[in-house]
Design a protein around this ligand. Sequence first.
Ligand SMILES: Nc1ncnc2c1ncn2[C@@H]1O[C@H](COP(=O)(O)OP(=O)(O)OP(=O)(O)O)[C@@H](O)[C@H]1O
Length: 245
Amino acid sequence: MIEFQGLTKSYGGFEAVKPLTMQVRRGEVFGFLGPNGAGKTTTIRMLMGILVPSAGRVLVDGLDCQLDAAEVKRHVGYLPDIPTYYDYLRGREILEFVAEMHGYSRSEARGRAHRLLKELGLEEAAEEFAVNYSMGMKKKLGLACALVHDPKVLVLDEPINGLDPRASRDVQERLLAAAAQGTTIFVSTHLLDMAEKLCDRVGIIHRGALVACGSLDELRGAASSGSSLEQVFLKITDEAGEQAQ
Ligand SMILES: Nc1ncnc2c1ncn2[C@@H]1O[C@H](COP(=O)(O)OP(=O)(O)OP(=O)(O)O)[C@@H](O)[C@H]1O
């Protein structure tokens, strides 16, 4: 379970994330939605122990993401918004390296890397240098790195942004497979059709504040809006914008 407890990030007088309190339940796929600049990446970086909160905290299965950052990383797989690699390593080498860092033997790491490269359609690119990968291939390799230690929790920042339809489908299918095995998934996106396809519940963040949280049906009811998540999203973010002015 992921518990946000008044998690806040300020830059000078600007609150990029206003006190955020919510829970992501074990085994659910939770979509963290919001327009550009809403605070999604800032929240995820605090969750991954990369950014220090200005106030509050976030816990993964009771572990504090700042104080127990190393232990949290044992249980969590993370895909950053812009994956970066040692450019002059091959895709396979990067994945094997990450697996070894998680404590697998060289032969286990090789087996895991091989399986994931195949599952994500990167087999043919396995021996290419990551520097030559397209953005979509870098994202898929990043997802493979996030999955390589069979984490209980996946934290994904815009996993299908910039992917072509086939790559996007491959990634979503892999995420559904992880969800079916009971993995908790916290995924940020502004691609609403993906949220509609994958998520059990969503939270909408706008100008740093959580403005809605619930299942898609609950949000549709609360917004007394039409049937698509897009209509709900536009209505809620419009209303929140008007109230803030
Ligand atoms: N280091 C920083 N200093 C000042 N402001 C920052 C800093 N990092 C982020 N911000 C601001 O915080 C806000 C939230 O940014 P964040 O990257 O979390 O948004 P986001 O929801 O992930 O957006 P996008 O969907 O465009 O990636 C933005 O207004 C951004 O300009």
